[in-house]
Design a protein around this ligand. Structure first.
Ligand code: PAF
Length: 289
């Protein structure tokens, strides 16, 4: 596996690969890799012949400087994991390489304001700006994002459609620990009891699936069973439990088309997020989480 730090180097390398008619897959990350990230590379490998991963902790998407300062990093371990899963080229730029007097941003009004956008003003502007820069730098054919950050994934898909990036976006299922907790770099900050309690989010989603499969379609009813289950896990606070339409992430009073149930709750300092996509096939409900 090669590691490069400059835009010039990565562009040169990807150009050579494209001349060989090989498709380039890309997994952007902020590092501190876990099996969830690796599963994105596994999916990318099925769709392309050369794997690029980036590691860049993007200051622009953090609205809390403490959150940015505390973001965990371990480049040595990350490089070993990336190599093992089959990444061919690892791009690790620094701030100066990525942002030189940046005055242009990519933003999304409608989809970025609710859910995680509400308490984190400017977050999705930071994400979309860095992802569009990375797309222009790497020029991949395919890029894979995790379902756990569903609002991010839907916003990126919309950006790619609206701004005509010639890139296929794939949304990969959430990887989970044995008790169902969604894998996240933030889990490292959970204390022992918080870690054990945090699996209540997954149990809440399971309860929601059960009532949806029994015919319930009211968003309020679904939110109620999830909240009941999460409260059992003694969260510091629940930021939101929301049911939204998949396409525009607007609030939905009832679940009658493709939808997302999204959850964010604090367990100690970490704010954990999780979600379930609900879809209908031949009139039957399908829950993906
Ligand atoms: O999901 C992440 O890790 C980040 O938001 C991303 C997509 C790498 C952009 O910084």
């Amino acid at each position: 596996m090669e590691i490069v730090h400059t835009i010039h180097e990565i562009r040169d390398r990807v150009k050579q690969i494209k001349l060989q008619d090989r498709k380039v897959g890309f997994v952007p990350t902020m590092g501190y890799l876990h099996r969830g990230h690796l599963s994105l590379v596994e999916i990318s490998k099925k769709l392309s012949q050369f794997q690029v991963m980036s590691i860049f902790v993007n200051k622009m998407q953090f609205n809390d400087p403490k959150d940015y300062a505390n973001y965990p990093t371990d480049l040595k371990k990350d490089s070993a994991m990336a190599e093992e899963v089959g990444v061919d080229l690892l791009f690790i730029p620094d701030d100066a390489e990525m942002y030189k007097n940046n005055l242009v941003y990519v933003d999304i009004d409608a989809l970025g304001q609710n859910l995680c956008g509400a308490p984190r003003a400017g977050h999705f502007r930071g994400v979309l700006t860095v992802v569009s820069k990375l797309f222009n730098i790497v020029q991949p054919d395919v890029s894979v994002f995790g379902q756990k950050d569903i609002q991010q994934a839907v916003c990126i898909q919309k950006m790619v459609n609206d701004l005509n990036f010639p890139i296929k976006i794939v949304i990969a299922p959430t990887r989970r620990e044995e008790d169902g907790l969604a894998m996240s770099s933030r889990n490292k900050h959970l204390k022992k009891d918080e870690r054990a309690n945090a699996a209540c989010i997954y149990r809440g989603l399971q309860k929601a699936e059960a009532i949806l499969k029994a015919g319930e379609r009211s968003s309020q009813a679904v939110i109620h069973v999830i909240e009941e289950e999460i409260r059992k896990g003694n969260p510091g606070s629940i930021d939101y439990i929301s049911v939204v339409r998949y396409d525009d992430l607007s609030l939905a009073e009832s679940i009658d088309g493709k939808s997302v149930i999204a959850v964010a709750a604090y367990f100690g300092t970490p704010r954990l997020i999780d979600n379930m996509i609900i879809d209908f096939e031949d009139g039957r409900v399908r829950c993906i989480y």
